[in-house]
Design a protein around this ligand. Structure first.
Ligand code: 4AD
Ligand code: MG
Length: 441
């Protein structure tokens, strides 16, 4: 079992209960003939006090951080002023060293995190993860992923597991990873969206939490080549329903996460300024964003004023979001800069019923849209995109066998966490980041 703190002997009222614990030395300190060890067992921290012969022992004299050990003793409740996590302290009467650690300059602590250069820190991430900051982001990540599952099941959405090896593209040919597939060729999936659309007719609204892969050729703080993609697809809805649902899911997930006291405490440490987003989120059309950027003298990638039709680049998008400083639904992007499957706006066919959700500090964390549901329109879209319709026959068939107005979105978990945990880069919100130039550890 994961619970390593077990009561082994007797419990006697005011003396505390007898326990045997396993863990690693997170911190140690010697003072007036006593050894204080902060033991880390993956569930939390425990202050252990060793006195007398135990404290004087050779093993304690050379004890280093990250050493693993077993300690037996009595658990005492201590007053809040004693600097003991959870106001408890283990008074040890026995210990065994299980595995030593090098200590010294090689000791991995939160201090290393502060002084190392970025590449060294990533090379040493297996050790860095033992630090409080890096590990708390992983605990928050677990809580967030769990909360999405809870929220979607509350909404009665079915979870499915689409394939990672595919023969169709979703988000453009330039970021595809090619893999040999027996005597054939395949790609690593960029998005499970097309598969989720095929789930609607048999199971209704659905979602998945899968890896997506993008051969991104630029190094930015928010692009990975492998990331966790939370995608949902909704049947018989309109664009407004999609936006309302997104707000509901994002806020619902945050409420679930903040309802967990241990996680809420970690978030308070990581991001003390965090505030629950106000609903409804600000809605802004792409065309209005272009005007806004011009008014605020924020240039496009060529250093020129923004024009309708420009892709709003990462830097401009983030500056705008930071100035507005609240979640934004940026909607109605021009068809030419968006994916082939997006439904056009009936009132203005230059633009699509599309949405990006932008968050301060990060920018885009969600991309979504209504989907083309007309057969002929989709066939024309394949042509325009320059892709062969043949491998997409199963996707096209959805428009032949009882089509419907539907839409969905994908949320990048690492970006959501960068926003929530106020991390500078998505590289710090996944266990082992993958991006151009890095595929280890
Ligand atoms: O905007 P994107 O490309 O949209 C889609 O893939 C849709 N097919 C999703 C859907 O409708 N089901 O990607 C969606 C989100 C982005 O908003 C971003 O948060 C994340 O996925 N994302 C990345 N995260 C990290 N690294 C990358 N290279 C990412 N590319 C996209
Ligand atoms: Mg996008």
């Amino acid at each position: 079992s994961g619970e390593r703190t077990q009561e082994v002997d007797y419990a006697s009222g005011n003396r505390g209960s007898r326990v045997q614990v396993y863990g690693r030395v997170h911190r140690e300190r010697k003072q007036k003939g006593l050894c204080f060890i902060t033991l880390r067992d993956g569930h939390g921290f425990l202050q252990c006090v060793l006195a007398g012969d135990l404290a004087k022992s050779y093993a304690m004299q050379i004890l280093t951080r990250e050493t693993s050990l077993m300690i037996k003793g009595e658990m005492w409740e201590v007053p809040p002023g004693a600097h003991a996590p959870d106001n408890r302290e283990l008074h040890a009467d026995y210990f065994e060293i299980i595995g030593e650690a090098p200590g010294g300059e090689d000791a991995i602590t939160n201090r290393v995190q502060e002084k190392g250069d970025a590449q060294t820190l990533l090379d040493q991430r297996h050790l860095l993860l033992r630090g409080e900051k890096a590990s708390s982001v992983m605990f928050v990540r677990d809580a967030v992923e769990h909360a999405f599952n809870v929220k979607f099941h509350e909404l009665n959405y079915i979870k499915v597991a689409p394939p990672a090896l595919v023969q169709t593209q979703v988000e453009g040919g330039s970021t595809l990873f090619n893999v040999p597939y027996y005597d054939d060729k395949a790609y690593l999936t960029q998005s499970s969206q097309l598969y989720l659309e095929t789930v609607l007719p048999f199971a209704g609204n659905c979602y998945c939490i899968e890896k997506s892969f993008r051969a991104e050729k630029s190094l930015t703080r928010r692009h990975l080549s492998e990331y966790t993609h939370i995608e949902a697809e909704l049947d018989f809805i309109n664009f407004d329903d999609l936006l309302t649902h997104l707000e509901d899911v994002i806020c619902g997930v945050l409420e679930i996460v903040l309802g967990n006291p241990r996680i809420a405490k970690m978030l308070q440490d990581l991001n003390p300024d965090f505030q629950m987003p106000e609903r409804p989120f600000k809605r802004m059309k792409y065309a209005d964003a272009i005007d806004w950027l011009r008014e605020h003298d924020i240039p496009n990638e060529e250093g020129q004023p923004h024009h309708f039709g420009d892709d709003i680049a990462e830097a401009a998008e983030r500056r705008m979001t930071d100035i507005i400083n609240r979640p934004i639904f940026l909607t109605h992007f021009p068809a030419e800069i968006k994916a082939f499957y997006m439904k056009k706006d009936v009132e203005d066919p230059r633009v699509t019923e599309s949405v990006d959700c932008l968050m301060p500090g990060v920018g885009e964390i969600v991309g979504g849209s209504m989907r083309m549901y007309d057969y002929e329109e989709l066939i024309a879209a394949y042509k325009r995109e320059g892709i062969s319709a043949e491998p997409y026959y199963w996707y096209t068939d959805q428009r032949r066998y009882g089509t419907s107005e539907h839409g969905g979105y994908g949320l990048g978990l690492e970006r959501f966490l960068a926003w929530l945990c106020k991390q500078h880069t998505v590289r710090d919100t996944c266990l082992y980041p993958r991006y151009m130039g890095r595929c280890k550890p």
